[in-house]
Design a protein around this ligand. Structure first.
Ligand SMILES: O=C(O)C(=O)CO
Length: 335
């Protein structure tokens, strides 16, 4: 940060930032509080609701951690001095950007901070599914297990073809990791990456998603959720995949038509699925996807590492300080 910026920040009263709660499943981490309080005057939702008459004028930022507090129209109307909404993580599909921008409020997110951890969970799911790690664990700990069956086989990812749909930061990091596993890499993206990027990971562009679907042993979804990508993978697309292929979703549940996926798994149209995301989250207990042996599900943990979460929080603070001072913000979201 430039000196002038540091000077401005040091001189002024800490900007008031609205958070949901401290701690618990919906709150900012207690470990982060010391750092946060050095830079921001934190106001919890509960404090805000009790003292709206004073705080409506003061709050300049919403520190939106795991989607909370939500930017409702009522809140935006009341926070007359709100300048910025800092969103944790990369996904902004839960925001009504049109509404927010109408209020002249800036929005920032943390795409760089989550890309490695999310790519890691993609690799973890691919390996766990291919090598049946979850089933293996259950066999290993079951009281019914008397001996280990040598016919119990998984699938090797070395030499297999990975098709990445969505070659942004996360998709590219998946490709870097997959290269080290000697996988063949295909990708489909709105725009083709430059030649140097492609060569660095040995990735081949498929302009038509159908070509990728027909060839890949593993299909990894890493797109943003937009109206264009909602239900991008449905019955037709699943039908194009090999019966031996696995679908891995690390972006948003709504990118897949979940009913079509369930059917494809039940009828063995595809071999397996490994999902970090579903809709809703969590799936209702007893949901048919939870009953299938060829499905593994994790609880949306793409960014859930202590390193990523710490970096996200630091970036959000930096962006808030920049935005309230009218300075350029590294990860500003534009419409
Ligand atoms: O950052 C996000 O939006 C994620 O969902 C990471 O898993």
């Amino acid at each position: 940060m430039a000196d002038t910026f540091t000077e401005i920040v040091e001189k002024q009263e800490l900007p008031y930032a609205l958070i949901n709660v401290i701690g618990g499943p919906d709150g900012v981490y207690e470990d982060h509080i010391e750092f946060l309080e050095k830079h921001l005057k934190l106001v919890t939702m509960q404090e805000y609701l009790k003292n709206k008459h004073v705080l409506n004028e003061k709050i300049q930022a919403i520190f939106m951690w795991a989607g909370k507090p939500g930017a409702t129209r009522d809140l935006l109307e009341e926070l007359r001095n709100l300048k910025v909404i800092a969103v944790s993580g990369v996904g902004i599909d839960h925001l009504d950007l049109e509404l927010i921008f109408r209020f002249g409020i800036r929005v920032t997110n943390t795409p760089f901070e989550v890309s490695s951890s999310t790519a890691d969970i993609g690799m973890a799911l691919m390996l766990a599914s291919a090598r049946r790690v979850v089933e293996g664990y259950q066999i290993a700990i079951s009281p019914d297990t008397k001996h280990f069956n040598i016919d119990w086989l998984g699938q090797e990812i070395t030499g297999a073809t990975l098709g990445i749909i969505g070659m942004g930061r996360i998709g590219y990091k998946v490709a870097q990791r997959a290269k080290a596993f000697e996988m063949k890499i295909l990708y489909h993206n709105r725009n083709q990456r430059n030649e140097a990027d492609e060569q660095a990971v040995g990735a081949v562009y498929c302009q038509k998603m159908e070509d990728l679907l027909a060839q890949a042993d593993f299909v990894m979804l890493a797109v943003n959720l937009t109206p264009q990508t909602c239900k991008l993978i449905g019955r037709k697309e699943l039908g194009l995949m090999k019966p031996t292929a696995t679908l891995i979703n690390i972006c948003r549940g709504q990118v897949v038509d979940q009913d079509a996926l369930l059917k494809a798994l039940q009828t063995k149209t595809i071999k397996a699925a490994a999902l970090d995301v579903t809709y809703p989250e969590p799936l209702p207990r007893g949901h048919a996807l939870l009953e299938l042996k060829n499905v593994i599900i994790t609880p949306h943990i793409g960014s859930a590492t202590s390193q990523a979460r710490r970096h996200m929080m630091e970036r959000m603070v930096e962006s808030i300080l920049a935005a309230v001072n009218g300075l350029p913000v590294t990860n500003e979201v534009h419409d």
